[in-house]
Design a binder for this molecule. Sequence first.
Ligand code: GCB
Length: 605
Amino acid sequence: MNLRTRKTVITCLLCMFAASLFAQEVPLLGNIYGRQYQSLNGKWNYVIDPLENGYYDYRLMPFEKTGFFENKKATSPDDLVEYNLDTSPIMDIPSDWNSKDERLYVYEGTVWFKKDFHVTRKPGVRHILYFGAINYESKVWVNGKKAGDHVGGYTPFNFDVTDLLTDGHNFVVVKVDNKRSKDGVPTLNMDWWNYGGITRDVMLAEVPETYIEDYLVQLDKNNKGTITGWVKLNAALEGETVTVEIPELKIKTQLVTSSDGKASFQVKAKPVLWSPENPKLYEVTVARGSELLADQIGFRTIETRGPEVILNGKRVFLRGISIHEEAPFREGRAWSVEDARTLLTWAKEMGCNYVRLAHYPHNELMVREAEKMGLMVWSEIPVYWTISWENEETYRNAERQLHDMIYRDRNRCAVVIWSIANETPHGDARDNFLRNLSLYARSMDNTRLISMAMEVTAAQNYVNRLEDNMNEYVDIVSFNQYVGWYRATVEECKLMKWEIPYNKPVVISEFGGSALQGLHGDKTERFTEEYQEEPYKENLKMLDQIEQLAGLSPWILMDFKSPRRQLPNIQDFYNRKGVISKWGIKKKAFYVMRDFYQYKEEQFR
Ligand code: GCB
């Protein structure tokens, strides 16, 4: 063993020793669904704790040893224990609590969750507790001992809990707090429901002591005849052999890790390229010893050329629609494959080849389904409206969410755009914040396009001019605009001129209007389907005049819950800008979009 190898082995042993003493957050496991895991979805007990009495004592000092995380039981009739997680009500996880318990409909605060589970301990096996997402802040204990904390409601995280587990019965307790805060990401104010809870899958993964932490397999950005990527182990071990196989392309390549535990590769290949017309995915396996990860991966290139978006070397029009992670046919958050399929099938029926997943990273299954169905994806972080631009902690939080979004989905060829913000106010502090985010995104992934939803909220003498210092830092110029709904009249659409002084593709990230599905009347009567149809018709004519127009994602596929939307009998806490109702009924505007996309498809054929 040479000196360098010896040094890395020692570092590694020290890391393993440290890890064996306590639980810790570890880098996210790539491809969680391709691993060996036990699902911890299902029945969890919960306790509503508005005063956080399970966490703080009466002097508001956090409990160190006692607290609801202890999951204590009275052991004698005179024992005083003022909670009982076992006999508390039960909630199905994943879910948002707002739609599960009337008392929690508009609740913002702490809820405790507890789940019992069984583990068979085996030598050489580590256990990683993985949460797809918890909104917004969470603290996790296993068998009464701290596993870790997390902030941010829409990205996954995981802890190595091996040394907290016992052979046989175990329990996990999670304190979830969805209180909004000024310095949070998102901040206090937003136009969607602040669903609280453990909103995505929970898994306990089993990995060997040294395991494949993550990998990347993609088409070379500059060479369609080459597949490139890397495999990374959790330990900085040199000389380890890993294998990447793509049987259908007759690729089997053995790699050897360097001292950082990473091995890169490049192989010649001529894959059938993934596209909306042919969303071809290849079976890919990444293996080391007995550990094998299976994935389905597609290959494509995406770039811009002047005002054009180019997919696999060919100009494409992004026929899109915006979507919130809101469940179809029931109240609450969407989280399952079925939810994803329903929403995305509607988008396909409209003629889409692209979806804008707003305003935060959606669950991984949604992105995977979009990929299978041939839908390109815009993925976004909740840097929304007016967040605390000058606060460093807020920046770190946003950057962490951006990192985790890219990290989770960088093997998904369907994702073509990373969006760093939505409708943010101009100013130096904001420019600085977003510039840093954009540079960070590019440093993590230079194979995709970067954008953000800018805005145009006024016109002078009917001239709408988009000016934003962030132009330099995006590949696609996107903006939201609501002519005919929030400003000007539908008739004025005809008079509007658009000046976008940038030689880049323009994608209109939002436009639209509201209608209560089934409410009919004159086209001058707000909230009727006829009224909603008009801005759609007129905006499409108006926007199609924009020279650099390369795509659209009107607002929005389906009605969604929002506390901002108060109008009784019309809104009832729903933003009604959906072109489909919550119950799957299409409004008139849906068909306007479908016709337009038919025309665009023909135009770009
Ligand atoms: C917007 C926002 C979106 C809102 C929408 C609306 O510009 O980006 O989050 O829901 O307008 O309905 O007002």
